[in-house]
Design a protein around this ligand. Structure first.
Ligand code: GAL
Length: 664
């Protein structure tokens, strides 16, 4: 049986190279310890050079040559790159942008996701590939398309959007009421009048259009799944390579029908910020609430950022282990070798344009050895369960992005403002859908959970009633699922839990002092003036200092005992030091401890073997200087094979992987 943990790989495009070269490439892959390649995701014109004429032999030969040296294949369906013969025959396949301009041939994702001609062609190629490769023992998984991203504004999409609305709302009166269309005389008297929003528009309309885009991609994905699945061997999985925090559609909806979540992680300019990337890994792990694949990552440099600097020597290795420590079962570099022409000539790769290994190849080779050595240990492991969850909601995010009220208010940055101080303490945390069940957590944070639904309210209430700790932050509970303001003060239906309501919210031009019971600092960007509700047990945690007059001495942060739980309401957007102090105390009170104490920049994560429950600790020094940690118990270090205890030194970008050998 092939391993399921610690795959190392690259995106390989054999169609760019003469076949005589493949054996040399494959030999170099083997030498580097690669165990998997992804192929085919842009190869439509090579797989089907004219309508219905399939050329699969070359791909079959590549799969089998790779398999001869033990390298497995993930196949991409090539639909992100519809070929020229297809777009020429059916120009309506080209997507239309918001200014009415049709996409051109020669880039990618140039399709209208709702085009019937495109659907027919996509189903045909995917079905043919499925029939040819679905039973191939060396194809272990499939990636659908590549980084879905285009939004189409063509007349067909508009008509389908109107049909979607008619189906959802049933009657125009209902839509007009939910969207308050009497405002600026937007009232619709026929479905055909409803536009696709371009730029700022009615918030209700804008939210429905995002849902429609999600639904369009979901249906397109479903077509491919239906074409593929009947032909796949059991255990062959299907995924899509998402783009981390990309906001184009609801990723929870898109992940539902996939077997596995995967994503493409690029640093771009500069260096890895491990708390930021850690959050992105948690996000993707949260799509299916289990381990994932890192389908693409940066080998040295990219070609698309303002400064395409290389990652430091050792940095990518630390990043690979970081991904594994957050639940990646595979790390694949993009790409193996740069094509001699085409748009990505300067992108980093493992071998260069001449076909020789780049200096970076050595780092991958080291990883190859390490992954091979530790695959058995990591096989069947899962992330140690987290007691802390941060709720993520695409709809709240979109709504805030459209009306940030403060230019610098960013939904994801605000969510990370809560993730960072927890992850920096090496406390495991999950990022999950705002509609996920909460019963396994002790502390739940709802950052700017603007849109409140009845089911969310019920789940949050249950969670607190059972003794959970809940942090509601600014902008929580302000709107309904139609993106309309709730006719109540924030946090709307959660005000009873919070024991406070928001009397006023302020976008801040200047920082406002905040004096807390155990910290002091400032609020930036945003401040909400809280008012204690009658008969609540709310305790003040922080007040605003003198500022705009309205906020002076007013409540900024509170905590309320509700049933057996605690509910914090945070109306301030604290500076980083105050936020850390606030979060540290919340964790302490909740009895949530770090996995291990470690200095800043040193990350500790824990995996657990599903069988037997053996704990595996991954410790990574993300800094460029030597660091030390104190191990409270003796351990076996699996990369070196040594037994260690007490003070342990970690080189810059150093990694150790430990299992305990005793208690003290
Ligand atoms: C990804 C894409 C790859 C490649 C890479 C370059 O977004 O999926 O095909 O273009 O970027 O960084």
């Amino acid at each position: 049986m092939s391993r399921t943990a610690l795959h190392l790989g690259a995106a390989f495009y054999p169609e760019h190279w003469p076949e005589e070269r493949w054996p040399e490439d494959i030999h170099l892959m083997r030498e580097a310890g690669l165990t998997v390649v992804r192929m085919g995701e842009f190869a439509w014109s090579s797989l089907e050079p004219s309508s219905g004429e399939f050329h699969f032999e070359w791909l079959e030969r590549a799969i089998s040559l790779l398999a001869d040296t033990g390298i497995l294949t993930v196949l991409g369906t090539p639909t992100a790159a519809p070929p020229a013969w297809l777009t020429q025959a059916y120009p309506e396949i080209f997507a239309v942008d918001e200014y009415g301009r049709r996409a051109q041939h020669g880039n990618r994702c140039h399709y209208c996701v709702n085009s019937p001609a495109f659907h027919a062609a996509a189903v045909r190629i995917v079905s043919a590939m499925a029939q040819r490769f679905g039973a191939n023992p060396n194809v272990i998984g499939w990636q659908l398309d590549n980084e879905y991203n285009r939004v189409c504004y063509c007349d067909r999409c508009r008509r389908l959007f109107q049909e979607y609305l008619a189906c959802k709302y049933g009657a125009l009166d209902e839509l007009n009421r939910r969207w308050t269309t009497a405002y600026w005389s937007q009232t619709y008297s026929s479905w055909e009048q409803i536009p696709i929003p371009v730029g700022q528009h009615n918030p209700g309309l804008m939210l429905e259009f995002k849902r429609f885009v999600t639904e369009s991609y979901r249906k397109f994905q479903r077509l491919q799944l239906d074409a593929l699945r009947p032909h796949l061997r059991p255990d062959v999985w299907v995924t899509h390579n998402f783009m981390g925090w990309y906001n184009g559609y609801d990723h929870y909806v898109m992940s539902e029908e996939l077997d596995l979540a995967s994503w493409d992680w690029y640093v771009g300019s500069g260096h890895n910020d491990y708390l930021k990337s850690g959050a992105a890994h948690e996000l993707v792990r949260g799509f299916k609430r289990r381990k994932f694949w890192l389908m693409e990552t940066q080998p040295g440099c990219v070609n698309w950022s303002p400064v395409n600097n290389a990652l430091n020597r050792g940095e990518a290795r630390a990043m690979a282990w970081h991904a594994v420590a957050h639940g990646a079962d595979a790390v694949l570099y993009w790409q193996w070798r740069p094509a001699l022409n085409g748009q990505e000539q300067y992108h980093g790769s493992l071998v260069d344009q001449s076909g020789q290994p780049r200096p970076f190849y050595e780092e991958v080779r080291r990883l190859g050895e390490e992954f091979a050595g530790l695959a058995g240990l990591l096989e069947g492991s899962v992330l140690a369960p987290a007691r802390v969850a941060i709720l993520n909601c695409y709809e709240s995010r979109w709504s805030i992005e459209w009306q940030p009220h403060h230019r610098d208010f960013d939904y994801v940055a605000h969510l990370l403002h809560y993730y960072r101080p927890i992850a920096a303490r090496n406390v495991p945390v999950e990022i999950v859908s705002a509609d996920a069940p909460l019963k396994d957590y002790r502390l739940v944070i709802a950052p700017a959970l603007l849109i409140m639904t009845e089911t969310r309210v019920a789940e949050l209430k249950n969670f607190v009633a059972r003794g959970g700790r809940l942090i509601l932050t600014l902008r929580c509970g302000m709107k309904d699922e139609y993106n309309a303001l709730l006719p109540s003060r924030q946090p709307g239906p959660l005000a009873e839990l919070a024991g406070v309501e928001v009397e006023e919210y302020y976008a801040l031009a200047e920082e406002v002092p905040v004096k807390g019971n155990w910290f002091s600092g400032v609020s930036r960007l945003w401040a909400e003036r809280l008012k204690k509700r009658e008969n609540s047990y709310t305790t003040p945690i922080a007040r605003y200092g003198p500022s705009n007059g309205w906020l002076d001495e007013q409540l900024a942060i509170t905590v309320n005992a509700w049933r057996t739980g605690l509910v914090y309401y945070v109306g301030a957007y604290l500076d980083d030091a105050a936020q850390q102090a606030f979060i540290d105390r919340v964790l302490l009170v909740a009895g949530i401890r770090p996995i291990l104490e470690a200095p800043p920049g040193v990350e500790v994560r824990k995996l657990v073997k599903a069988e037997g429950g053996e704990e595996i600790f991954v410790v990574i020094n993300h800094t460029t200087t030597e660091q030390g940690i104190n191990l409270p118990w003796p351990a076996r270090e699996h990369l070196s094979g040594f037994t260690i205890k007490g003070d342990v030194r970690l080189a810059p970008y150093g990694v150790i992987v430990l299992t305990r050998t005793g208690d003290t």
